[in-house]
Design a binder for this molecule. Structure first.
Ligand code: FES
Ligand code: FE2
Length: 459
């Protein structure tokens, strides 16, 4: 059994080999826009216990080429012992998406993120820097904050009123006065890793985590002409879903269900129009191209596109699930994301759907009010599709509870289920502290990628 120390060493080795050449500039650009910070010293943590043999055994049949593999065992979605292991090893040890930078644009913006048993406070401090702290007071350990807020001057623990600045330092311990040097030791505990990518804030609780970009492979290159850190956030909707967070991710990458679950969408987004757009990073990617007009609010003529796209990109929709917990749909004029936080209870997840518009998406010949109505219509359209997905996910969770009783694995249909197989293998690799083994992933072909590479940038 690998110790956590060995696991970290392996991971670090993978990182130094896989680090993209453009890492520095891309990362600094994100940081400049969003108050980038990473890898500060966080609390020391006890080593994780070994992965239980039962989990390794149950995962083995999925960790195989898709033609031989079986779908991940239902226990992974319903068993509370498994959920505990997953929270320690995935959300406790990998980069995960916590929020959009837009949600914390101004000094005084504060957000509370619950990821399983862990509660984290995100802040934008007076120096415009983003911070992440464990939501636990340094006095007796009470939860400091229970809700998001704006215009916040300090974080005050409700138990005895210890107050912290937005950079986490302890400000006061009323009515007692604590010596300055003692106060300096009693800041809120920082989360070790915080990085921004594609307009989103990612966190990592591992001490000295590897750079986020080292896990993403070629994804930053695929997104190079989409100005994702300059978008305008239009709206957000929160769902409480009776389904495991992994089912939400799997549903996103499962375009096979479109005909059955989304009858209206299927008229212009056909199952067989989805092509792989997949590289080696910790993500699942595919695309629909060309886009067909539906007569609906997402049609291209309603908005301006991202300005630097290639012609092919201006007529394509991109779909990426960034492991573990954020799904990103990229239209030429807008983006919507599904970000999930697992709850403490197996089979329950909070999901946040966010719609963001490309910079300059408003058509010059319409008023601001007309533009807002168009954005609202687009949000309604996206919410309708997501509502259909939520019904499908909750029904799948119920079916898996049944199937767990039978001790049975589901089946993959390789032509359509390769994205689900890839995601499930990322879960299983991550539980064991490894990146995905691409050697057992299928050859998908580069049909779309080749066309993008040979395409020219539009003027
Ligand atoms: S526990 Fe927070 S002030 Fe006492
Ligand atoms: Fe769907």
């Amino acid at each position: 059994m690998k110790s956590i120390v060995a696991r970290a060493a392996n991971w670090q080795r993978t990182v130094s080999l896989a680090l993209p050449r453009h890492f520095g500039s891309a990362c600094e650009a994100a940081g400049a826009a969003a108050g980038f910070r990473t890898s500060i010293s966080g609390p020391t943590r006890p080593p994780l216990p070994p992965v239980p043999d039962k989990i390794k055994e149950l995962g083995r049949v999925t960790q195989a080429p898709i033609e031989q593999a079986k779908v991940m065992h239902p226990a992974f979605y319903v068993d509370k012992d498994y959920v505990q292991v997953e929270q320690e090893r995935i959300f406790g040890s990998s980069w995960f998406a916590a929020a959009h930078v837009h949600e914390l644009m101004n000094p005084g913006d504060v957000k509370v993120i619950e990821a399983g048993n862990t509660s984290i406070i995100l802040t934008r401090d007076k120096n415009h820097k983003l911070n992440a702290f464990y939501n636990t007071c340094r006095h007796r350990g009470a939860r400091v904050l229970s809700a998001d807020s704006k215009g916040c001057k300090q974080l005050v623990c409700p138990y005895h009123w210890w107050a912290y600045r937005l950079d986490g330092t302890l400000k006061s311990t009323p009515p007692a006065a604590v010596p300055k040097e003692r106060k300096e030791e009693l800041s809120l505990l920082p989360v070790a890793g915080l990085e921004c990518f594609a307009g989103m804030i990612f966190l990592n609780q591992t001490p000295n985590p590897p750079p986020l970009l080292s896990t993403l492979g070629d994804l930053p290159e695929k997104l190079a002409r989409y100005d994702l850190d300059q978008m305008d956030m239009h709206a957000q909707k929160t769902y409480e879903i009776g389904g495991d967070w992994k089912l939400i991710a799997e549903n996103f990458v499962d375009f096979y269900h479109i005909d059955a679950v989304h009858p209206a969408l299927s008229k212009f987004s056909r199952v067989d129009d989805h092509l792989p757009y997949q590289g080696n990073g910790q993500y699942v990617g595919f695309v629909t191209s060309p886009l067909s007009a539906s007569g609906g609010p997402g049609d291209l003529h309603h908005f301006n596109a991202f300005p630097r796209l290639k012609p092919l990109e201006s007529n394509s929709a991109l779909f990426f699930h960034i492991f573990p917990n954020v799904s990103v749909t990229i239209y030429p004029h807008s983006v919507y994301t599904l970000m999930t936080c697992p709850s403490k209870t197996p089979g329950r997840t909070q999901e946040r759907l966010t719609l963001l518009m490309a910079p300059g998406a408003k058509k010059q010949d319409i008023s601001a009010d007309e533009h807002r109505e168009k954005c609202e219509a687009l949000m309604d359209f996206v919410v309708n599709i997501n509502d259909e997905d939520v019904i499908a996910i909750e029904n799948l969770q119920l079916g898996l509870r049944n199937l767990n009783g039978q001790g049975m694995h589901g089946e993959f249909l390789p032509k359509y289920d390769w994205p689900v197989h890839r995601f499930q293998n990322m879960v299983l690799s991550s539980l064991q502290g490894n990146l995905l083994d691409n050697a057992i992933m299928p050859e998908l072909g580069n049909q779309f990628e080749d066309r993008v590479i040979s395409d020219v940038v539009s003027e």
